[in-house]
Design a protein around this ligand. Structure first.
Ligand code: NAD
Length: 262
């Protein structure tokens, strides 16, 4: 089958699971993948109505889509989620570990509960999903796993220590997994977004001074869009990136090359 432009669709016949896809970057990735022919499972926790509406709208357009509620920090829920995807669509070819949270707290005020929750959602969740998905991909001969990390997998983020620690961990989870899973035909890569206009940045988006500051320090002079992240996710999910594994792709408008401290 071809897309509206006449070219063949890049994920035709593939099955993709996107976690935390009821909003923001995950939502855009699920939508883009479906438009490229994938059957998509839209995992959500919160944003229930948006996730259900996305699945409904995509199905109405003729795509295969389902919204499934699952907390990625819960191993049993993740197992059940992956099993549901395989039962519904027959396989699992692409996993996008997108679900994530962050909380602004100076290091000396970080409490144990917020450390535990941030590490659980941003690091343990991707591990649980990656492991459960890779076990299925091993059976079917391969797949692609894409983790949405952050520029803070590499660069410090004062007042967001648990988040930066989790994203740094996600970088090494990706690198280890890429090596261990390569013989199984499973590629693993990260996308490191910079400042993207999504609900996670609601406070910044509501403050014109902060938006102005970002425009000054981002070399491309603006925040990115979820669709711009989805474009790179599509590349990493598809066969076009068949020789790419163990890499992080920065989608950040050049911000990590900026000379001034953030
Ligand atoms: P977002 O808040 O819209 O998306 C995060 C999603 O994860 C939400 O839908 C939320 O409900 C879901 N979620 C939270 N906990 C979950 C759980 N336990 N199980 C399942 N889903 C859960 O924000 P976003 O910007 O779209 O964030 C997506 C990813 O991108 C996150 O991993 C975030 O860290 C990363 N990221 C975003 C930016 C940015 O500037 N927006 C920059 C770097 C990295």
């Amino acid at each position: 089958m071809t897309s509206g432009s006449g070219r063949s669709r890049e994920l035709e016949g593939k099955v993709a699971l996107v976690t935390g896809a009821g909003s923001g970057i995950g939502y855009a990735i699920a939508e883009r993948f479906a438009h490229e022919g994938a059957a998509v499972a839209i995992d959500y926790l919160g944003h229930s109505e948006d996730a259900q509406a996305l699945a409904r709208d995509l199905s109405a357009e003729g795509a295969k889509a389902v919204a499934l509620e699952a907390d990625v920090t819960n191993a049993a829920a993740v197992e059940a989620l992956i099993a549901q995807v395989v039962e519904r669509f027959g396989s699992l070819d692409v996993l996008v570990n997108n679900a994530g949270i962050e909380k602004s707290q100076p290091l000396l005020e970080v409490d144990e509960a917020s450390w535990d929750r941030t590490l659980a959602v941003d690091l343990k969740g991707p591990f649980l999903c990656l492991q459960a998905a890779a076990r299925r991909m091993k059976e079917s001969g391969g797949g692609s796993i894409v983790n949405i990390s952050s520029i803070h997998e590499d660069f410090p983020f004062p007042s967001f220590t648990p988040y930066a620690a989790a994203k740094g961990g996600l970088r090494m989870l990706m690198r280890n997994a890429a090596l261990e899973l390569a013989p199984l035909g499973i590629r693993v890569n990260n996308i490191a977004p910079g400042a993207i206009a999504t609900p996670i940045n609601a406070a910044t988006l509501a403050d014109p001074a902060k938006v102005q500051r970002l425009q000054e320090i981002v070399p491309l002079q603006r925040m990115g869009t979820p669709e711009e992240v989805a474009e790179v996710a599509l590349f990493l999910a598809s066969g076009r990136s068949s020789y790419v594994t163990g890499s992080t792709y920065f989608v950040d408008g050049g911000i990590v090359r900026h000379a001034e401290p953030l």
